[in-house]
Design a protein around this ligand. Structure first.
Ligand code: PLP
Length: 401
């Protein structure tokens, strides 16, 4: 037997908890169970036909070779146009880059800038990958806990209190995964006012859920406070807006020195994102978002159905989310209850495990997002499956004593 010889840095990173839940769901399904996965951050809608067609045409036209590392000139232009048209942000070709998902760009941004001991401020509840990326970059995550009573939004005073001379980045994410919170223009302004006073701090705006909102307007920090443009990386992608998670295209706009560094890291790791996906991305970005109204309508119906179901369960509460496609459910009212086989629900992990074992419904416990006491339900799944999942959750909670 060969002893694994892993590098020390592997001790600083854990597998993504959401990917772990999906693996468990797959294993249970393979063992013959009918499991419904409400753990995955993915829309069930197919990629719109005109976008998929552009990918097919790229294959047929032989667009199957290396491109420039940060994406083809045409894709970069589509990204520049998108930022200008939808966000009022003006970038030139040296200030934008495409990568294999927003995830790669955020990862590379941290790797390119964080020195050992540098601090990165992350508001909890946070996307599961942020802290591990910071650890891999040898930085220290400084979690600022947000509260349900504040609509899960980072408060300016809490941000101010968290900034030290070692702060390298502040990560902002609106609409938020997992809470669905969408920051208003005034709420972003209150945060950018704080950040204006701390010139050594970089700002990463993770705008990946920009298009998934239920009526609220969208604002991104560099748009609200253009003075921050020279130290803001605005990250976005096609995964959520166009239901293109598998195509792996994300993009970012920011100062040239930073975008150059992202390009160097990409050139020595993955090179350009898939040429075929780039062609599809151009069709997506240039083709307008006319179909999104229909998607939002369908998501809002699902959100309401799951919310109503949650509200029927004694011990669970959840506020109406403003965006994304998640419910962040308070499950503390169930603590101390007993499952039919005698286990006591002591925390959010126990509750998520109970739902997976007893109801065969996969969800993600709030601790994975840095906020124990809650459960994230991703409701962007087929209507019938969703109804079935709700019935199973209600029935399983009904069996708690
Ligand atoms: N940022 C947040 C908040 C996310 O929830 C996700 C995916 O779930 C990503 C970034 C990564 O998206 P991509 O598929 O573009 O890598």
């Amino acid at each position: 037997m060969f002893t694994p010889l892993l590098a020390q840095r592997m001790s600083r990173v854990r597998p993504s908890p959401t990917a772990e839940i999906s693996d468990k769901v797959r294993a249970l399904t393979a063992a013959g169970h009918s499991v419904i996965n409400l753990g995955e951050g993915e829309l069930d809608f197919p990629t719109p036909a005109h976008i998929a067609q552009a990918g097919i045409e790229a294959i047929n036209a032989g667009e199957t070779k290396y491109t420039a590392v940060p994406g083809s000139a045409r894709l970069k232009q589509a990204i520049i146009d998108k930022f200008s048209r939808e966000n009022g942000l003006s970038y030139n070709a040296g200030e934008v880059i495409a990568g294999a998902g927003a995830k790669q760009l955020i990862f590379n941004a941290l790797m390119a800038t964080v020195n050992p001991g540098d601090e990165v401020i992350i508001a909890a509840p946070y996307w599961v990958s942020y802290p591990d990326m910071v650890s891999l970059a040898e930085g220290e995550t400084r979690v600022v806990q947000c509260h349900e009573a504040d609509g899960w939004k980072l408060q300016p005073a809490a941000l101010e209190a968290a900034i030290t001379e070692r702060t390298r980045w502040v990560l902002l994410n609106s609409p938020n995964n997992p809470t669905g919170a969408v920051y208003s223009e005034a709420e972003i302004k209150a945060l950018t006012d704080v950040l204006l006073r701390h010139e050594h701090v970089l700002i990463l705006a993770d705008d990946i859920y920009e298009h998934t909102r239920f009526g609220q307007a969208f604002f991104t920090p560099a748009q609200v406070e253009p003075l921050l443009l020279p130290r803001t990386l605005t990250v976005n992608g096609l995964s959520k807006a166009f239901s293109m998670t598998g195509w792996r295209i994300g993009y970012a706009g920011g100062p040239k020195w930073l975008v150059d560094a992202l390009q160097v890291l990409q050139s020595q790791s993955t090179s350009n994102p898939s040429s075929i996906s780039q062609a599809a991305a151009i069709a997506a970005l240039d083709g307008g978002t006319g179909f999104i109204g229909d998607w939002i309508g369908r998501l809002a119906e699902r959100r309401d159905r799951v919310l109503a179901s949650i509200q029927r369960i004694n011990g669970l509460t959840c506020a109406m989310p403003e965006g994304a496609f998640y419910l962040f459910v308070n499950c503390q009212g169930l603590y101390g209850k007993q499952t039919p086989d005698g286990k006591v629900i002591a925390d959010d992990f126990d509750f998520a495990s109970y739902l997976l074992d007893a109801a065969k419904v996969g969800t993600v416990h709030g601790s994975a997002f840095g906020t124990p006491g809650y459960l994230r339900i991703a409701y962007a799944v087929d209507d019938q499956l969703l109804d079935e999942a709700c019935q199973r959750i209600e029935a399983a909670c009904g069996r708690l004593a």
